[in-house]
Design a protein around this ligand. Structure first.
Ligand SMILES: Nc1ncnc2c1ncn2[C@@H]1O[C@H](COP(=O)(O)OP(=O)(O)OP(=O)(O)O)[C@@H](O)[C@H]1O
Ligand SMILES: [Mg+2]
Length: 504
């Protein structure tokens, strides 16, 4: 911290003006959070109180043995830009002594009058105080006068000592605040650049790419079409868009459109007027109206009937809804997100889906990759679900993990989650083992949708594991030559290498 300059009794020698200035500085210190402004205002205060003509605040770089101006001012409260306007010898003297220096009459002082810089600048009197931080000289406050001799007094020196003490603790605080502010900015920036979606696990290149798209599109009001195989996380992604958007504090509503009677779906979405149909005993708001200012997610959009497709088109085109049995049109402000695991293009081709609606929905299509195309995410997801489903009580064995990394997951993340849920139930110790991993139909090959090479590799890996890596035994059991096995292993290693090279 600060060094205690000599004697507190000095304070008694301060004039009212100087006391007031210290008080003012104290207030400044408590209100100012920007270092440069703090210094500038403090310097003006010093110049004014001790009747100096000029004041200088310099920072000292002890490694380079160099000074830099932080602020230099004259009585007119103008900035002085060049350090050589001041006496460098004086600055050095303060640094060397680590003590305040005061010369009432420089020109008649046998020692100081020898300084070139004093002569050059024609300095008559000068006062200099070190600012100490962590026992090192952080900088120097210098005040001088080119006009008058005998300008500064011992009293001024006491004042500056107090001033410098107060100031150095303020510096620490401002440094701290500045550091926090910088860290804050960095964190904020990282958050914005974050390539992950809220609640969605996945760090693979494939996931990061789609996450970037989601982050971008979330900032707009564009309609988003999410497609991808079943269980890839379309529901979750729709919610993520909402959470990332400026609508996040307004409602998020979702409606599943598959296998639901048309009339029911319509009254849910658009609402109805009393008497619109039997059972409509009072007016009812539709979900689209309830979602005003928020986001509405149509899940399985491919399944909606042709009359409803027409109504939805109106919503998208005019942002208008009409309640069933009503005549008045209501304006709504809702962002639409839709999802499907069917190909809307194909449905359009077959005349099962309106082309105009398709174009309205296909403004910003995003495909969620199947799990088998982002295998790197499997361990992350497995650990996430094990923790979630076992309340952090279970761990997963490496063989069980391997098994799951090799599987193709035709049902994607939903299937993976189900498998882990089963394993958590079956597990009777604190570790999920391979035997607890029961994949539908008991065979890993079921629902396989990878390439033949993938399939070969998967079987070979399994056999090698079964035979503890013994290539001859694995080859024999597969009815192939040892050479075949060796070639495949080499292929596998090469593939892995390409993958790691790519990542690096
Ligand atoms: N990236 C992910 N991180 C964590 N959990 C996920 C992720 N993606 C999906 N899930 C979970 O997997 C399950 C299936 O996800 P979701 O219902 O969003 O899939 P979907 O694509 O909508 O499937 P479907 O087409 O069958 O409706 C959910 O339990 C969901 O929470
Ligand atoms: Mg879904």
């Amino acid at each position: 911290m600060t060094t205690n300059y000599e004697n507190i009794n000095h304070i008694k020698t301060l004039s009212k003006k100087q006391f007031d200035a210290l008080y003012e500085l104290n207030q400044l210190i408590n209100s100012e959070v920007i270092k440069d402004s703090l210094i500038e205002q403090a310097l003006d205060l010093v110049i004014n109180v001790i009747n100096a003509e000029r004041g200088l605040f310099t920072k000292y770089d002890s490694e380079k043995k160099d000074f830099s101006i932080i602020s230099a001012r004259n009585v007119e409260q103008e900035n002085i830009k060049v350090l050589s306007n001041f006496s460098s010898n004086m600055l050095q003297e303060v640094i060397d002594k680590k003590e305040p220096v005061l010369y009432h009459d420089l020109q008649s002082d046998p020692h100081a009058s020898q300084y070139d810089s004093v002569q050059l600048q024609n300095i008559k009197s000068v006062i200099g105080v070190p600012i100490i931080q962590n026992e090192n000289v952080w900088g120097v406050i210098l005040a001088d006068s080119q006009k008058d001799r005998k300008e500064f007094t011992e009293e001024n020196l006491s004042f500056l000592k107090f001033f410098s003490n107060l100031f150095s603790s303020a510096l620490e605080r401002v440094d701290f605040v500045e550091r926090i502010q910088d860290e804050n900015l960095i964190l904020l920036n990282q958050l914005q650049a974050n390539e992950q979606l809220p609640d969605m696990i996945g760090n693979s290149d494939a996931m990061r790419k789609v996450a970037k798209l989601f982050h971008k599109v979330a900032q707009s009001d564009a309609t988003v079409l999410i497609y991808g195989e079943s269980g890839t996380g379309k529901d979750l992604a729709a919610k993520a868009i909402h959470k990332l958007s400026k609508r996040k504090d307004y409602p998020y509503l979702a409606q599943f459109c598959g296998s639901i009677p048309d009339s029911l779906l319509e009254s849910e979405l658009f609402g109805y007027k009393k008497g619109a149909f039997t059972g409509a005993n009072s007016d009812k708001k539709g979900l689209l109206e309830v979602a005003n200012k928020g986001t509405f997610f149509f899940d399985e959009i491919a399944d909606i009937s042709s009359p409803l497709q027409a109504k939805l088109l109106r919503v998208l085109e005019n942002k208008e809804i009409i309640r069933l049995g009503d005549t008045s049109v209501k304006q709504i402000d809702v962002r639409i997100v839709v999802a499907t695991n069917k190909s809307l293009e194909k449905l359009v081709e077959n005349g099962e889906f309106r082309e105009d609606l398709f174009y309205r929905l296909n403004v910003f299509p995003i495909k969620l990759p199947p799990l088998r195309e982002r295998r790197e995410d499997i361990p992350l997801l497995v650990n996430h679900f094990v923790n979630e489903l076992s309340n952090n009580e279970l761990k997963i064995d490496s063989n069980a993990m391997k098994l799951m990394q090799q599987y193709q997951w035709p049902g994607n993340i939903r299937q993976l989650r189900n498998v882990i849920q089963r394993a958590v139930i079956l597990c009777n110790s604190n570790r999920i083992e391979a035997e607890h991993i029961i994949i539908e139909n008991g065979k890993n090959g079921d629902g396989f949708s990878g390439t033949l090479k993938d399939y070969e590799m998967q079987i070979l890996k399994k056999r090698l594991e079964e035979f503890d890596g013994n290539r001859t035994a694995a080859a024999k059991s597969l009815g192939v030559s040892v050479r075949w096995v060796q070639n495949k292993i080499k292929e596998m290693e090469d593939d892995k290498k390409i993958l790691t090279d790519k990542r690096n």
